[in-house]
Design a protein. Structure first.
Ligand SMILES: [Zn+2]
Ligand SMILES: [Zn+2]
Length: 226
């Protein structure tokens, strides 16, 4: 019996060690792990004994660690996100509305700093997905063909919108070229996919990044009628 417990403990130590190795890549052997007196802790959920580096910090607990291991915490978070997707989306919506300027400023910095990287990613994706591009182009053509189409004076739209993005309200630099995330893009106020017309009144100035972020299924609240 005692021998069995011993084997179990060794197995648990090995598991903890593997987890620790994965996380930190220290490459220490189990013996080293024991000799180095790596602190271990049992997870309240999966009951496995793991190195304390496998637990998130949590100040309110006596040992300053969460009771459940990182793996279980991630699984819990995933499950929560799946069952509460609507609630989370609603919270985000409120947050976005209340922090519009803060988010815009953050995004501006982010896109300026990661410009080259984003452009390279877009170009690489396009290079590897010619069929998807083709399908998307056809879909867009079909949508425009199915929509009410009117004469469009793009310069007039630019002047009307003051060269500002309809989504983040920041200036658009029309010298930047596609696929620069900050380059000029034209957004359908009411998306073509929702029956919006392809006319001057339904088009607005926006950044490429802001336009592609919105995607389909945007909320009516975000639509500002011109
Ligand atoms: Zn666990
Ligand atoms: Zn924008």
């Amino acid at each position: 019996m005692a021998r069995n417990n011993e084997l179990k403990l060794i197995e648990q130590l090995a598991q903890a060690h593997a987890a620790r190795q994965n996380a930190s890549n220290l490459g220490a052997s189990l013996l080293e792990c024991v000799v180095a007196q790596v602190e271990l802790k049992q997870c309240n959920t999966c009951r496995r004994v793991k190195a304390i580096s496998e637990f998130h910090r949590y100040k309110r607990r006596k040992d300053s660690l969460r009771g459940i291991c990182k793996e279980c915490a991630a699984a819990y978070k995933r499950a929560y996100r799946e069952t509460h997707s609507e609630k989370i989306a609603a919270q985000w919506r409120v947050y976005r509305e209340e922090n519009h300027e803060k988010i815009a400023a953050y995004q501006q910095t982010y896109y300026t700093e990661h410009r080259e990287e984003i452009i390279a990613k877009v170009l690489a994706w396009r290079k590897h997905n010619p069929e998807k591009i083709n399908t998307n182009r056809q879909k867009r053509r079909a949508r425009i063909a199915g929509a009410t189409v009117g004469p469009i004076d793009y310069d007039a739209i630019w002047l009307r919108d003051g060269g500002r993005c309809c989504i983040c309200s920041l200036k658009v630099d029309n010298r930047l070229e596609w696929p620069d995330p900050m380059s000029l893009s034209w957004d359908h106020t009411i998306p073509l996919s929702l029956g919006g017309p392809h006319t001057q009144n339904n088009l607005r100035v926006c950044h490429l990044r802001c336009n592609s972020r919105r995607g389909v299924g945007r909320l009516p609240a975000q639509i500002v009628l011109v």
